[in-house]
Design a protein around this ligand. Structure first.
Ligand SMILES: [Zn+2]
Ligand SMILES: [Zn+2]
Length: 379
């Protein structure tokens, strides 16, 4: 057994009294009777457990929750895909996760009639349009707006586009959706540790905020193209580079073997301070690999490509008034989870290549549903 596997198993035992049998099966210790262990297995329809709670209620029991938490934090000794499922299709109670629910008439809303459910365990009633409950517009119009916005259309363009389709939505409403759901969605996905490689790239892009020049400091995983951190700053000072690398380690839960940057001197110090001596810092990379000396030098083209995408969205940021905007987080969410990346073979998103799989065609909808339930359960 290698050291990593041993460490992971030890960590799992402490954190969740859980060990991994093979890539699809986990063994979780019963909390009421420590001699008992339950096997939690991956299936097409999510995780399944042997315990009574699961078999009687068809609920997500605490053993499943422990395993989900472990996969989410990437603490398995094998890399496991974390799956974000279409929650409304799972037929689970919104409040207690019980599978014993039944239809309970229709609810009249401004959007029309909506199916209501009742939980036979906790007796509460609910509808399954999680995250969109109080909205007057259909979730596909809302998520469509998010997709168009981050693809580079302005809120006014989107409003006009919908009007041509006979749907009246003001550009201010669209802006509010973008801000609200960017925040909600990114709070949720940022808790999931992406399975990244050993090379990290960093760079800064200029962005104008309220007429003033700002820098967007970013790090990206070389292998999966996952955009890890995006932080706005009005300076290029040392503490900003430090902060960027600390956030990067927190997100990936590891330090890279190689760190690739431009010539900004702050990176050299930060790399030593935050990553440590083991990390090889390759600095001063440019766009052209050929140097005057004739030697081939590594380039930062992959990072340039991300920065290019950001700059192409000038329109998106034209209305930026504050540095701490949720729009950067929203753009990052879109880039990682919704957009297929040309550099990854065309039909794979960076999140998929980092083993975070979002079910369904409408990635925004799946993420928002889960984010909304996650937020409700964590307050
Ligand atoms: Zn169980
Ligand atoms: Zn319930």
């Amino acid at each position: 057994m290698n050291a990593r596997k041993q460490r992971a198993i030890a960590m799992m035992e402490i954190k969740g009294h859980c060990s991994q049998i093979d890539s699809d099966n986990f063994s979780v210790r019963s909390q009421s009777n420590p001699k008992n262990r339950y096997t939690v297995s991956k299936t097409e329809n999510g995780l399944r457990c042997q315990c009574k709670d699961y078999t009687c209620r068809k609920a997500d029991c605490k053993h499943i929750k422990i395993v989900l938490e472990i996969i989410k934090n990437n603490q398995c000794y094998r890399n496991n895909t974390f799956r974000i499922m279409e929650r409304s299709k799972l037929s689970l109670c919104k409040y207690c996760d019980s599978g014993k629910i039944r239809k309970d008439g229709m609810r009249n809303t401004k959007k029309g009639k909506v199916q209501r459910f009742k939980c036979l365990d906790c007796k509460k009633r609910f509808t399954t349009n999680f995250g969109f409950e109080k909205k007057q517009n259909d979730d596909s119009i809302i998520t469509g707006s998010l997709e168009m916005y981050f693809s580079g259309m302005s809120v006014r363009d989107i409003s006009r586009q919908y009007r041509r389709m006979g749907i009246k939505i003001s550009h201010m409403t669209i802006y509010r959706w973008v801000a609200q759901y960017s925040k909600l969605g990114s709070e949720y996905v940022e808790k999931i540790v992406p399975r990244v490689g050993d090379w990290i790239r960093a760079d800064e892009a200029f962005i104008r905020v309220n007429g003033k020049m700002n820098y967007l400091f970013s790090t990206m995983d070389d292998e999966t193209r996952f955009w890890l951190i995006g932080e706005m700053a009005d300076t290029k000072f040392q503490h900003q580079a430090d902060k960027l690398l600390v956030s990067t380690v927190n997100m990936t839960q590891k330090t890279p073997r190689a760190f690739i940057t431009d010539g900004l001197p702050a990176y050299a110090k930060s790399a030593k301070r935050v990553f440590g001596k083991e990390t090889h810092h390759i600095s001063n990379v440019g766009i052209n690999s050929r140097r005057k000396s004739g030697k081939i030098h590594p380039t930062n083209n992959k990072m340039e490509r991300l920065n290019g995408e950001i700059r192409d969205r000038e329109k998106v940021f034209r209305g930026l008034k504050k540095k701490d905007t949720p729009l950067i987080a929203g753009l990052k969410l879109w880039y990682n989870f919704s957009k297929e990346h040309g550099g990854l073979g065309g039909d794979v998103t960076p999140s998929e290549s980092a083993l975070i799989k979002v079910d369904g065609d409408n990635k925004w909808k799946t993420i928002i549903q889960n984010a909304s339930l996650y937020r409700e359960n964590s307050v």
